[in-house]
Write a protein that binds this ligand. Structure first.
Ligand SMILES: [Fe+2]
Length: 262
C-alpha cells in the first residue's frame, strides 16, 4: 500500500460522523485519540456557516491592526486583538520555543462577534467541555476557576505560513494545574486545494507525518491531546508571502488559557 493510501485509511479510522452534541461518542473519541494521537468529528458544524464566517473575516480584515509578535498585555488578548506571530520569540509565560509564522485573531466570546464566529466557537467549547467533564458552558463567556476561553483564529498565510513540530506544553500545563485533562479542539475553516496548494496541518506518529489538511474540509473538528506531535507544514512556499489578505490556512481554537489579567 502506498503511504497516501495508508494515511487515508488512518484518517478514516479516526473520523467520526456526528450531527448532534448529545450523541458525541466520548468513549470512542478518547480511545481513538489515545491510540492515534488525533480524531476528527464531521457533521457538527455546517460547512456553509463556516464559509460565511471566513467571508466576514476577509471583509473585516485590516492589515493596519496587526500587532507585533511580543509586547501585548494579558488584557489585550481578552479583547478583539490581532497579531502576527513570527520567529521563536514568545511571552514569558510560554513553555518551549519553536519557529512559526502566522496571524492570530483573538475574538473572546464576551467581545463583539465581528467575524460571525461565535456560534462556531461555542460549538467547539461544548465539545471541549464534554471531553473534560465540565458543564457545557464552562469558562465560555466568563473567567471561571482562573481560566478563560481564548477563542481565536489562526491564519497561516500563503507564501510560507508554518509552525514547527511541537507538543502543546504551555496549554497542557495550564489544564494540568487546574486538574483537567488537556484537549486541543479546533475547527478547520479553509480547504486545501482552494485556499492553498501545498503544506498544511500535520501530526507525526512513529516518525511518520500525516498531513491532515489532505483529508479535512471546512467545518471538520480535529482534536489533539498534550502528547500529540503536530505542526503546520509551510503553506505554499513557492509563492511570495501574502500578509495583505486573509490568505492560506485558517483554523479556529478555544483553548483554556490561564487568566493573567488581574
Ligand atoms: Fe499546537
Amino acid at each position: 500500500m502506498t503511504a497516501l493510501l495508508t494515511h487515508s485509511k488512518q484518517f478514516n479510522d479516526n473520523l467520526f460522523l456526528c450531527h448532534n452534541f448529545d450523541n458525541l461518542p466520548l468513549d470512542s473519541l478518547l480511545s481513538s485519540l489515545s491510540s492515534s494521537k488525533f480524531v476528527c468529528i464531521r457533521g457538527l458544524l455546517e460547512p456553509t456557516k463556516v464559509k460565511q464566517s471566513k467571508l466576514a473575516l476577509s471583509q473585516k480584515f485590516s492589515r493596519a491592526k496587526d500587532h507585533p509578535t511580543v509586547g501585548e498585555s494579558p488584557q489585550d488578548v481578552q479583547t478583539n486583538f490581532q497579531k502576527l506571530a513570527v520567529g521563536c520569540a514568545r511571552g514569558k509565560h510560554h513553555l518551549g520555543s519553536y519557529g512559526r509564522l502566522l496571524r492570530v485573531f483573538f475574538n473572546p466570546l464576551w467581545q463583539e462577534d465581528i467575524y460571525e464566529m461565535h456560534d462556531v466557537f461555542r460549538a467547539l467549547v461544548i465539545v471541549r467541555n464534554k471531553l473534560i467533564g465540565k458543564p457545557i458552558n464552562f469558562a465560555s463567556d466568563t473567567i471561571e476557576d482562573g481560566l478563560w476561553t481564548a477563542a481565536r483564529i489562526h491564519q497561516y498565510p500563503v507564501g510560507g505560513g508554518f509552525i514547527q513540530t511541537h507538543r502543546d506544553r504551555t496549554q497542557s500545563t495550564v489544564s494540568e494545574s487546574a486538574n483537567l485533562n488537556y484537549y486541543q479542539v479546533f475547527a478547520i475553516l479553509s480547504q486545501k486545494g482552494e485556499d492553498f496548494e501545498q503544506g498544511g496541518g500535520f501530526i507525526e506518529e512513529q516518525g511518520k507525518r500525516i498531513i491532515l489538511d489532505d483529508y479535512i474540509s471546512p467545518g471538520d473538528i480535529v482534536i489533539y491531546d498534550g502528547s500529540t506531535l503536530h505542526g503546520v507544514e509551510d503553506i505554499d512556499p513557492h509563492k511570495v508571502l501574502d500578509l495583505e489578505t486573509v490568505s492560506g490556512r485558517l483554523s479556529a481554537f478555544v483553548s483554556l488559557y490561564k487568566d493573567l489579567s488581574s
